[in-house]
Design a protein around this ligand. Structure first.
Ligand code: ADP
Ligand code: MG
Length: 558
């Protein structure tokens, strides 16, 4: 065998190895953290994002920003996945998780330059993450189902800085009521909470309605407005004469023939209604249309019928009343029907709706969100989803933490002590981990227009004095007891963020070879983006520059 190098990669493939690969991945990961940095905390700024199809989103929500940006660098995507996991698991803390992930990479970069090997870094980070989880668990407080006040504070904290400020406490109350009413021994099924947006009114007019709401009216004015002890049929079918598959033309030569033809159609409709009556239904929800003649027959039978409901509504009704969705009305039987205490037509939130209440199987609630323009209501809806999620997570796990950078400062402090016991190069990694977590209080200070160094010094000294709940009031700059201030978050949000940020950083640090089958988008490292942790250039809103340069996605939007 000769010394010919063997080429195993195709010509189009791109390969980056060793230090270059590492530094490319670190740059990409850091850039993602930088991209969302200015949105963190109560005084975080929003971003206006224009999607590839031109739709506009105004948001402060970490995961929404990153998803809309359509980032396509593979390493950057691993950090985006941190946000997605965070969202899926605990609903909140997405921005924090990504910022911490970015900073873990940044601290790692410094150590790599000092010739600390990636393996030591990875080991140190893992040890530190485990220790950090223990530290926050030790400082957490217990929260039970009856601790309404703390639950409301948790709900309100998750909504802070997301456009719901005026009605925050009121919404927090609705949210906790909503979650409590769907909670049972098996936990909290937030699928039973529906958020419906109703135009008009003010945010403060938002209300919680027990039961399911359908934005429809009965199809016929002679139908009952109220049905008690209702037997509910849900159809994925129409009550119309079925069209034949092929177009048929009927040639009528005399009036009798036409009459006969129409009679036949009426007969078909009559039979459908008879099937429904025979099954014992007194309320019908159809996903498709209901013919005028069928409407008339249904009204005569005293049946309340609603047509063209959304399939999501159909599923909700079926789920809560115990009905089976029937796809062919001629097959309907008594066993397919669900039951509800009352089905009524009511004016709720300024328009006529059908309200299904008193259902047996599950107790769904609808949060009727009022007020604001579309973009505002959309952002508030995202805030409410975070908020519902954190209340659920708190009830499931039963533990909460103070916010405002208190846990991160405490973790950093205890980790630095722990580092001494670690020794070796891993010790440096543990210390770097501590520094990386302090990016949260530092960023809260920056975004609040405060001096990050002063804030950090004060935070550290209060924690030194044993005040583990001391955090930063982002409005006044004071370092105060966050629990007393009512800034409280679920423990799980913090532990999940630590876990997934560490995993992603570790995964990126272990890579020393990037092989791309095609062209790697945005793969170039510009090498000079080291801004040493200062506030992103240009202050609020300026965080998207620099690092994101090579990453595609936003195009002309910025
Ligand atoms: P994330 O996507 O990480 O949840 P947010 O923009 O919601 O990002 O900011 C969350 C951070 O803001 C947390 O560290 C939380 O403790 C902090 N925070 C929320 N409300 C306050 C407040 N009133 N004062 C200080 N910090 C707060
Ligand atoms: Mg949040």
């Amino acid at each position: 065998m000769g010394n010919q190098p063997m080429v195993v990669l195709s010509e189009e493939s791109q390969r980056t190895s060793g230090d270059d690969a590492q530094s490319m991945n670190i740059t990409a990961g850091k850039a993602v953290g930088e991209a969302v940095r200015t949105t963190l905390g109560p005084k975080g700024m929003d971003k206006l994002l224009v999607g590839s199809t031109g739709e506009v989103v105004v948001t402060n929500d970490g995961v929404t920003i990153l998803e809309e940006m359509e980032i396509d660098h593979p390493a950057a995507n691993m950090i985006v996945e941190v946000a997605e996991t965070q969202e899926e698991e605990v609903s909140d803390g997405t921005t924090s998780a990504v910022i911490v992930g970015g900073d873990l990479l940044k601290q790692a970069e410094d150590l790599l330059e000092q010739d600390v090997h990636a393996t030591s870094l990875v080991q140190g980070y893992r040890q530190a993450a485990e220790e950090a989880t223990q530290i926050v668990e030790d400082m957490s407080i217990d929260v039970g189902t009856d601790d309404t006040k703390i639950l409301q504070q948790i709900a309100a904290t998750a909504m802070t800085g997301k456009g719901a400020e005026n009605a925050k406490d009121q919404l927090a109350e609705l949210i906790v009521n909503a979650v409590s009413s769907v909670a049972d021994d098996d936990g909290v099924d937030t699928d039973n909470i529906e958020i419906k947006k109703a135009a008009g009114g003010a945010l403060e007019d938002s209300e919680l309605v027990e039961g399911v709401l359908v934005d429809k009216e009965p199809v016929h004015q002679n139908m009952p407005y109220l049905v008690e002890d209702a037997n509910v049929a849900v159809l994925d079918d129409s009550l119309e004469v079925k069209e034949t598959e092929v177009d048929t033309e009927v040639n009528v030569t005399d009036p009798d023939q036409l009459q006969q033809f129409l009679d036949q159609e009426e007969e078909q409709l009559r039979e459908m209604v008879d099937e429904i009556v025979g099954a014992g239904a007194d309320v019908v929800f159809a996903q498709d249309g209901i013919d005028d003649m069928a409407q008339h027959y249904l009204a005569e039978e005293g049946i309340l019928a609603v047509r063209r409901i959304k399939s999501s509504d159909a599923e909700k009704i079926a789920h809560s009343t115990g009905a089976r969705i029937v796809s062919n009305v001629t097959d309907i039987g008594a066993a397919d029907l669900g039951s509800a205490g009352t089905v009524s037509q009511r004016e709720i939130g300024g328009s006529q709706r059908i309200h299904i209440e008193g259902v047996e199987d599950a107790q769904p609630v609808t949060l009727l969100l009022r007020g604001g323009t579309e973009h505002v209501v959309d952002e508030i809806e995202r805030a409410i989803e975070d908020s519902l999620g954190v209340v659920r997570v708190t009830l499931e796990n039963g533990k909460a933490l103070p916010g405002g950078g208190a846990p991160e400062t405490q973790i950093a402090r205890e980790l630095r002590q722990f580092a001494d016991s670690v020794g070796g190069r891993e010790q440096l990694a543990v210390e770097a981990f501590a520094d990386a977590l302090e990016v949260i209080p530092r960023t809260l200070a920056e975004n609040g227009g405060l001096d990050p160094i002063d804030s950090l010094v004060e935070l550290r000294s209060q924690h030194e004095a044993g005040k583990t709940t001391a955090g930063l009031n982002a409005y006044t700059g004071e370092v105060i007891n966050m629990e007393a201030e009512g800034v409280v978050e679920p423990l799980r949000v913090k532990t999940q963020a630590i876990e997934s940020a560490t995993e992603a950083a570790v995964m990126l640090l272990r890579i020393d070879d990037v092989i791309a089958a095609g062209e790697l988008k945005g793969g170039q490292v510009d090498g000079d983006d080291d801004d040493a942790g200062g506030p992103p250039a240009g202050g609020p809103g300026g965080g998207m520059g620099g690092g994101m340069g090579g990453m595609g996605g936003m195009g002309g939007a910025m």
